[in-house]
Design a protein around this ligand. Structure first.
Ligand SMILES: Nc1ncnc2c1ncn2[C@@H]1O[C@H](COP(=O)(O)OP(=O)(O)OP(=O)(O)O)[C@@H](O)[C@H]1O
Ligand SMILES: [Mg+2]
Length: 325
């Protein structure tokens, strides 16, 4: 039995009002070993959150998982019953959502919200034990235990975010999904929170799927990075490879459109054009119209998976480097 997450050929559709569908996630495969972290990057609308929701089986119509397999520690998630899922969520996989700081119930103290989690998942019915466990979790994310008595509005945005992360870790899940967990926070607080999460990862050995637009943040925290474009993973490689020698022209463009925090000041190039409309997928490569390396074949044939050691990409005209990092 494999430990960690394994996603194979995942397809997710959104059913449109006229009965048609758009495929937001198209044959996506990736895996995250126990204790490792994968960063998922790509422009807005490329399908990152749709993947995250699939891993928790949280989709509601009009979304539909139409194919593939998702295994967590060898167990298939896509065939689980609703009852099995209730146990599985938060115990095996938990998620900090985009705009998570607004997820807390504003009229309930933090203590009560933690208590409900422990009670619902059969950890304890004792208020006292739940309080001790919650205090420990809050302390780990840097919030004094006595703040449990407070309501969410009495916390700053950064503290609320940290409280949500503490809750996501309450049941020691095997996989933690962070979907833009710190976007609304300043960069110092962002890094502080992420450092705390990654310290915890070392302690508890859970896997992390980290979704963000901020590719420099991802480089700092992730072992491996998967780059998505228009519903597909176009490249997956070590953070170092994506940073210094990306193979796919889109990965190169994405990296170039972020300022680097260290080193010399570089001109930010950006990527010309706009993201693909998923209603009209062209023949060939999806990135064809925006790519500085596209040639005739890119307009007629979809690129196949090509390997470079453990890294892979889908591109007819990849960037080639003389000495590999
Ligand atoms: N409820 C929905 N109904 C129809 N289409 C949807 C729905 N939710 C998402 N989509 C479409 O699915 C695609 C992927 O959306 P998703 O939210 O996964 O993107 P994302 O990569 O997380 O973007 P962002 O970086 O902005 O969060 C988009 O084209 C979006 O328009
Ligand atoms: Mg999203």
């Amino acid at each position: 039995m494999g430990y960690g997450l394994e996603v194979k050929d995942l397809c997710v559709d959104y059913i449109t009002e006229n009965g048609g569908h758009i495929r937001a996630v198209d044959n996506v495969s990736f895996s995250i070993e126990e204790g490792k972290s994968l960063g998922l990057a790509g422009e807005s609308g490329c399908g990152k959150s749709t993947i995250a929701f699939s891993l928790m089986r949280l989709h509601k119509p009009p979304a539909l998982i139409s194919g593939g397999s998702i295994k967590m520690n060898g167990q298939e998630i896509l065939t689980m019953s609703e009852k099995e899922l209730q146990k599985f969520r938060w115990e095996q996989v938990s998620m900090v959502f985009q705009s998570a700081m607004n997820c807390l119930n504003p009229v309930v103290t933090l203590e009560k919200q933690f208590y409900e989690i422990f009670k619902y998942h059969g950890i304890t019915n004792s208020v006292k034990i739940a309080r001790e466990l919650s205090e420990e979790l809050l302390t780990i994310v840097g919030i004094p235990g006595e703040r449990l008595k407070d309501y969410p509005h009495q916390f700053s945005g950064g503290m609320r975010q940290r409280a949500v992360i503490a809750m996501a870790l309450a049941l020691k899940p095997s996989l933690l999904i962070l979907d833009e967990p710190t976007t609304a926070l300043d960069t110092v607080v962002q890094r502080d929170i992420l450092h705390r999460v990654y310290d915890l990862q070392k302690k508890f050995n859970f896997s992390i799927l980290f979704i963000t637009h901020d590719i420099s943040l991802m480089m700092e925290f992730c072992d491996t990075i998967a780059i998505m474009y228009a519903g597909k993973i176009v490249e997956q490689a070590s953070a170092k490879k994506i940073l210094y020698q990306p193979s796919h022209p889109y990965s190169y463009g994405l990296k170039k459109s972020f300022p680097s925090l260290q080193g010399k000041i570089e001109y930010m190039e950006g990527i010309p054009g706009s993201p693909l409309n998923l209603n009209c997928i062209p023949k060939g490569c999806r990135f064809q119209d925006r790519c500085f390396k596209s040639s005739e074949i890119c307009f007629s044939q979809e690129p196949e998976k090509a390997f470079n050691n453990k890294n892979f990409y889908y591109c007819h005209n990849p960037l080639i480097y003389e000495n590999e990092v």
